[in-house]
Design a protein around this ligand. Structure first.
Ligand SMILES: Cc1cc2nc3c(=O)[nH]c(=O)nc-3n(C[C@H](O)[C@H](O)[C@H](O)COP(=O)(O)O)c2cc1C
Length: 199
């Protein structure tokens, strides 16, 4: 009897997810990696978790800085998801040419993302070949609205509430999340917004 690695991947891959880029800033250096092991944990206090591979080159930067932002990608940002999952100069030296702003922690908030959560790490747990980071949300935004946990953090933020290019939608335009399912990127059909139960 055994739990075979590839079959485990196949079974877990039946769970459709969105795609995020987890970004951090450690002593002025930007870093980010593509992550779909993200989940919200608690409303009060507002906590989220992400799982990062022990072999990740980004892991030390997250540990040392104690901060990261979760950028939830739209289906127009597949190139960023691909780039932040490669070991290329484009990624390590040029941050995948992604434009960004900052909110509370200084972690990069990628422009055009569907939503972001800016967080401070509160705990780290062992998770086999991954590390589980439990992190508190100190700023977040989507649909042109941005909330800060502390009023003073607003003063240092470069992010603008209501900015169309940043988590805001043009009138009549709904952003669509990038999805990942069975090991492949998926683009949701435009009808996905229809409620599953007719009223
Ligand atoms: C769709 C997708 C989801 C991923 N999810 C995770 C994840 O949740 N945690 C993780 O550590 N790596 C994840 N990865 C892999 C990393 O993004 C990838 O290994 C990256 O190159 C790590 O780079 P680093 O070693 O420079 O940090 C994912 C990759 C893709 C394409």
């Amino acid at each position: 009897m055994t739990i075979e690695r590839d079959f485990f991947r196949q079974v877990a891959g039946q769970f459709a997810t969105g795609v995020t880029v987890v970004t951090t800033r450690n002593q002025g250096t930007l870093a980010g990696l593509t992550v779909n092991a993200f989940c919200s944990v608690s409303l009060d206090p507002p906590l989220v978790l992400v799982c990062v591979d022990l072999t990740s080159a980004t892991l030390p930067a997250i540990r040392e800085s104690g901060i990261f932002a979760i950028n939830i990608l739209t289906d127009e940002q597949e190139h960023l998801s691909r780039c932040f999952a490669t070991s290329t100069e484009e990624r390590y030296k040029h941050f995948c040419h992604a434009s960004f702003q900052t909110a509370a922690t200084g972690s990069p908030i990628i422009e055009g993302a569907l939503a972001f959560l800016d967080t401070r790490v509160v705990a780290e747990y062992p998770g086999g070949d991954h590390v589980i980071f439990l992190s508190e949300v100190v700023a977040m935004g989507t649909d042109g609205r941005i909330d800060f946990a502390k009023e003073e953090d607003k003063l240092h933020a470069t992010i603008l509430e209501g900015a169309e290019s940043l988590n805001g939608n043009k009138p009549g335009e709904e952003k669509i999340p990038l999805a990942y399912y069975r090991g492949k990127y998926r683009h949701l059909a435009s009808g996905y917004l229809k409620p599953s139960l007719a009223k």
